[in-house]
Design a protein around this ligand. Structure first.
Ligand code: ADP
Length: 550
């Protein structure tokens, strides 16, 4: 059969087979909204009619300005299922950036969470008279009410996606390197991505899971979880617009799987460790977006008994590309070796092809998978973009034979485990040699006094660039006193931390890798999706053209 791979088929399956499963959302007042897939399905149908009645047609872009809530989940289905294109806006970008994105996408309608009314005001002033619909409406709001629209709409709708290659979603990269770029997904690509991530050796979600997606629904389609969860039939808990205590959320809702960037897990660790007993339902955390240091993997696996599923991907890949799981043959390895393997970005998800290309070479030269040779990772798969939105593929991002140039530099070993060394643009070039910022950061994080670390290259007259380490120290006494590598013993904390850090790096790396300067700060600037913002860090030191430090 030529069976169409569409989100409407996925929604129908979720409703018919898992109609009694639950979606819960933490409301702005702290209360929990709770309903079943069946109730969600009814509302999605009304919403489909309401959006159609607002004049939205096939292919039109419809934006959302919201966090992880049930209304956003309804929009994740209703917009694509009528043939329109879901465009989640990253609410943490500046109004100027977002205005450009809305302009390029030509969004016809924007759904806004009233919890963000104030910050949305800035954007609204810049985008002219777009049609706005709000949920969580405040009494003074004059926009169209989401609930009123739903209440007035017909509750029946016949899906009519005629081609699985119709666009279903548009997501912009978070702009860690350069300006955000749009990526368009199709029903087919998202359907296949959903099947791929639900495999046992990838996210491995099951009907029995209760999943907490902490990754925002505006970041790389929340890693596909809104679709993966409902296709698998897992219960979902959505954290809503206000920050909540992670340990409480896990404990009170028997969360089994949670997904977020490494910063989230680093911050939450001390609290989760204190409340080990309360969070015993948690079996797996899905981590990606940035490298998860092996020390943190060890802390979660050994101390909390939580499996770490370390994944790598890009907005351009829907976003999942690789996942680091141990092979059967690894079971007898020492713990330290196991965690080192899991700290790699892992093996390609079935369906994804990887290759390693010689950097800066105009013609393609494939490099060996020997775990040592560093090259640029190139990718192709049924869920990888072949161009950016509204632009022709350029050789900067796509090869002549149709592979995506990820801009990530990595090694791949004989077993197929990829290890990211750096983003090509972040690699530090000193005296003609390369220095990996990720390797230095990982090593720094092994020191008990280091809570967070970011290494950047600052311009240097003699060497071109030299590494500079920016470090957040763990407050004395707040270190985790465990037996593993993440642990420390306060009486052994060296007084001269910088010296100790230099010593630690010197044991692992050549002399020229050791950062010239260490700067201790209270906080490392983060991007809109919680990654270390290296451009902002560099700006702290070289904005006036003077790389001298405070
Ligand atoms: P942006 O490019 O704006 O940051 P994305 O969120 O799509 O937007 O970022 C994709 C990039 O994030 C990848 O190319 C890679 O550099 C980085 N990345 C994602 N996951 C990992 C990981 N597990 N380890 C290291 N880097 C990662």
């Amino acid at each position: 059969m030529n069976y169409p791979l569409t989100l409407a088929q996925m929604l129908e399956h979720a409703h018919r087979i898992h109609g009694d499963k639950c979606v819960q959302t933490v409301l702005p007042n702290g209360e929990m909204h709770r309903y079943t897939y069946a109730a969600l399905y009814e509302r999605v149908k009304s919403l489909a009619n309401a959006i159609t009645e607002l004049g939205i047609q096939r292919g039109d872009r419809v934006a959302t300005y919201a966090s992880n809530t049930y209304q956003h989940l309804e929009l994740y289905y209703a917009i694509p299922c009528i043939g329109a294109v879901l465009h989640p806006l990253n609410i943490r970008l500046s109004a100027v950036q977002l205005a450009q994105i809305v302009h390029e996408a030509e969004d016809k309608l924007i759904f806004v969470d009233g919890a963000f009314s104030e910050q949305f005001g800035d954007l609204r002033n810049k985008i002219g008279c777009k049609r706005i619909v709000r949920f969580n409406l405040m009494p003074a709001d004059t926009d169209t009410s989401y609930e009123q629209l739903l209440g007035e709409a017909e509750p029946t709708y016949t899906w009519d996606i005629q081609d699985e290659n119709w666009a279903m979603g548009l997501c912009y990269t978070s702009g860690t390197q350069g300006e955000p770029r749009g990526v368009l997904y199709t029903h087919r690509s998202m359907f296949l991505h959903t099947l791929a991530v639900n495999q046992a050796d990838v996210f491995g979600l099951t009907e029995a899971d209760v999943v907490l997606p902490l990754v925002p629904m505006f970041h790389a389609m929340a890693w596909g979880l809104p679709y993966a969860c409902m296709f698998a039939g897992a219960d979902m808990v959505l954290p809503g617009p206000k920050p909540t205590c992670l340990a409480d959320l896990i404990a009170e809702n028997d969360i089994t799987v949670a997904a977020g960037v490494p910063t989230v897990w680093a911050k939450a660790y001390p609290d989760l460790q204190r409340r080990r007993q309360d969070i015993s339902s948690l079996r797996r955390v899905i981590v990606g977006g940035e490298a998860m240091p092996s020390t943190l993997i060890e802390a979660y696996e050994k101390e909390l008994g939580v499996e770490v599923c370390h994944a790598w991907g890009m907005t351009e890949m829907s976003p999942t590309g690789t996942c680091s799981k141990l092979r059967g043959t690894h079971q007898n390895l020492s713990d330290a070796k196991k965690w080192d393997i899991k700290a790699k970005q892992g093996r390609p998800v079935p369906g994804v092809e990887l290759r390693l290309a010689a950097e800066a070479s105009t013609s393609f030269t494939e490099l060996p998978w020997d775990g040592e040779t560093v090259g640029e990772v190139q990718v192709r798969s049924p869920w990888t973009a072949s161009r950016y939105y509204k632009s022709e593929p350029t050789t900067e991002h796509f090869t002549a034979d149709g592979w995506l140039r990820t801009g990530d530099l990595a090694t791949i070993d004989a077993e197929g485990y990829m290890q990211i060394v750096d983003r090509a643009k972040a690699l530090i070039r000193s005296g003609g040699e390369s220095i990996s910022s990720i390797a230095l950061e990982t090593a720094l994080l092994k020191h008990p006094r280091v809570l967070e670390a970011a290494v950047i290259g600052v311009p240097d007259e003699k060497w071109g660039e030299r590494p500079l380490a920016v470090v957040v120290l763990t407050p004395v006494g707040a270190e985790c006193n465990t037996r593993n590598g993440f642990s420390l013993f306060p009486d052994q904390i060296p007084n001269r931390t910088e010296e100790a850090l230099r010593g630690q790096l010197a044991a692992e790396f050549p002399k020229f890798w050791i950062p010239d300067r260490f700067v201790f700060v209270d906080e490392i600037p983060k991007t809109s999706v919680g990654k270390s913002d290296k451009r902002a860090i560099l700006g702290m030191f070289v904005s006036t053209g003077n790389s001298d430090l405070p």
